[in-house]
Design a protein around this ligand. Sequence first.
Ligand SMILES: [Ca+2]
Ligand SMILES: [Ca+2]
Length: 374
Amino acid sequence: MRASLALAVVLLLWLGSAAAQSPTFTEEETGVRYTVETFLPANYPVGMAFAPDDTLFYNEKNTGSVRMVAPDGTLNPTPVITLPTDGNVERGMLGIALDPDFENNQMIYIVHTKSATAQDWPANTLVRFRLEDGVAVDVEELLSVPIDTGELIHNGGNIHFDADGYLYLSLGEYNNAANAQNLDTMPGKIHRFEVTDEGLVPVEDNPYGNSIYALGLRNPFDFTFDTETNYLFSVDVGPTCDDELNLIFPGFNYGWHEGYTCSGREPITGLDNGFYYAPLLSFTPVISPTGVVFYDNPAVPEWQGDLFMCDWNFGNLRRIELDETRRQVTAVHEMDLGDVQCRIDIEVGPDGALYFGTVGEFGGAIMRLMPESE
Ligand SMILES: [Ca+2]
Ligand SMILES: [Ca+2]
């Protein structure tokens, strides 16, 4: 009797663990073991941000909604906010960032393509609001950049705060390469602002006396800050060549211009403004890099300070190592995800797992790459 009971318990335990099992992978270079699993089915989750209390916020590109997920993985059925959003092609509810003092002020920033009206172009628009009982209040439009080309591609809007509390906004060139080199327009650049009581103000020592921080970009879909140096690393999605990972310094020119010819990491000359800075990585054939994030979590010491990058075309996840100057790439590793794709944003969770968005054949979901604890 006792033996059969024990057997039943063992069997139940075994069945339970088998049901919950996700494929386990071992990274060749580091020996780090991890699983890849669905964290949450989600509608085109293109931007994510974790709060200090482990709450996850994410954008639904096409619906214009921001959603909230409790630390235990429960999705709040009511969206935090739904803004009238044009989700056509590369437009949509794209970027999200939490205020550096979110813990105290509950402020959230998003960038989305505000729908057109009879009078106005659709416009990539930076909005701030405060979270109160799970929904947005005090909704405030801080900046709006009309898509006056009428183009559907190269919106590349994202927002992140750096360690000094400055807010950066990346904007694609609205499918007009001339924008990338024009210091009088906003598209095709990364901008830097101070958030004040009066709204967004260009940082006083910005290189061109306006909000422009760096220029010559085509479609800087996501960027991230090195937690060791505060250096800004941005992807740039190229044409039929030259997808890039760039190290962004103030005033520098990243080379995208009218009549661009594929140049890989070779110098580009004849630019009017700013010194040219060659990409750290250049990809031809193209992969369309999307999400990037620096790993800064004690869970996996082997990954500390590495940059993770997803790509749209193949859904690959790359782990990119830098040298001690933090200005050069020393190694690029493709991570094994099985048949899972990492196609849009990627962020590090407070648990040390990598969370990334996927759409397409695999369905829309936020996936979780969970390192095995020792
Ligand atoms: Ca470039
Ligand atoms: Ca990211």
